[in-house]
Design a protein around this ligand. Sequence first.
Ligand code: ASP
Length: 579
Amino acid sequence: MYRTHNCGELRLTDAGKTVTLSGWIQRIRDLGGLLFIDLRDRYGVTQLFINPEQHNALYQQAKAYGREFVIQVIGKVSERSSRNPNMVTGDIEVIASDINLLNASITPPFTIEDDTDGGDDLRMQYRYLDIRRDPVRKNLLARHQVARAVREYMDGKGFVDVETPFLIKSTPEGARDFVVPSRLNEGQFYALPQSPQTFKQLLMVAGMDRYYQIVRCFRDEDLRADRQPEFTQIDCEMAFVDQEDVLNMFEGMVKHVFKSVRGINLSDFPRMSYADALKYYGNDKPDLRFGMQLIEITEIVKGRNFKVFDDAEYTAAIVAENCSEYTRKHLDELTEFVKRPQIGAGGLVYIRCATDGTYKSSVDKFYTQDDLKNIAAHCACKPGDLILILSGKQHKTRKAMSELRLEMGNRLGLRRKEDYKPLWVLDFPLLEWDEDDKRWNAMHHPFTSWKPEDESLMTDNPGAVRANAYDVVINGVELASGSIRIHNRAKQELMFRTIGLTDDEARYKFGFILNAFEYGAPPHGGIAFGFDRFCSIVTANLDYIRDFIAFPKNNAGRDVMLDAPSDIDLRLKNDLGLK
Ligand code: ASP
């Protein structure tokens, strides 16, 4: 028997017991002839003690061990003379009487402590050592808890976990496909699924009624800090539902996960239209942990010979409470912030609303005190507040405003990690114009249905058609997206035509689903959650989703541990017909 207990479980009540533990040596300290070893496993750390006066041979043997050696120890649990309140096992130590070396270790390339000295790539190259560290292990355990809670809820609601294939034909989620060459069909390729979208719809046609899967998806996109080429979704679909049914079902799921993993009771999710999200927050995933809504002032600032505002399609303000005393330096920083190429604003106008009721602005040349007072009143700005203004093209300015708002939220400490403000964003446009290809694209994906009342716009004004699509947003992060689907062949064909596919192309690419719709497809809809992100949000560890993935890729899409992607055998290449 390798162990009677694990390294996280012994307490004072175990004092006197003879136990066997197995684990890794976290640290060895020789304090004037008394040897202390911190022994670690998945469950915790237990202090071992060896007294050379009692066990000199054992002392000599153990002294030679190093960090990460794997040992088995037999000893007696005893109360510590100086207890460590920071450790759950801190009241006891195990007085070793025998130690078995199970395996030696060379010195690890970085320290296996909470605050390690290892850089990102080194830690990924030795991910198995990184996972020995508490923070990484905790994230993986949290991920397991989230998955368990999801399965518990879904199972309770009658959802069936069905696996769908990985070697498929391209699915249209808008990213580039990863492809796999076929040996048996030389010159042809499978695509890896960007999502199981079409399969889950076919399962509804098949009468499975309620499907879910915690499933890997693959998207060959340009990498960003929080993107992985393979990531996991909680993919869900239901038959005989309208939008309201789906929203209720999955609001329940999110609440269940927060409750069961963190003990947090989320309140009911407010709902906001896409149009309002843009109008009041400048983007479609508003962070509702703080107010500071965008206030349009396009018209009231015109006519004072300030050309920037006079010519602007759109001018908007946000009010930063109690910031009228912001220093020149602060304002310069904010100006630099909005002028960065990623944001691209031309400049930033401010109005300080001093506590004595006077106003001071960066455009004093053009605006009188009365003008400024008028603007301040329109913005419900109080003495002591600061108004920040951007102007330009509406779409771009709203985006810039949204960034500025979030930046101010950060600076003012209004975006607290543990404060959860979920919402539904609804009524997305069905289509968006692709300027490069000069055609309409499905905003969500081309299987999304439209509002019946917007039907006539499909031909007259496609850009104005609203979709039966919805997102779950928490704290400015998109957690899930879904829609009520088209389940009728003619409508699906209309959609394909609208996004520029000829009937032949549509049949070639999607004939299987068009056909299926002719065999009694039920009304259906669903949603998919980004599972890795869900884990990072629930645990409030929002930095990187890769922290929740056991073996992630780095920022260049490489697995640095395996050194993949890599060249393949010439023979294999030949077999695949690749040059
Ligand atoms: N397949 C969609 C996605 O991956 C989600 C859905 O519509 O259910 O975003």
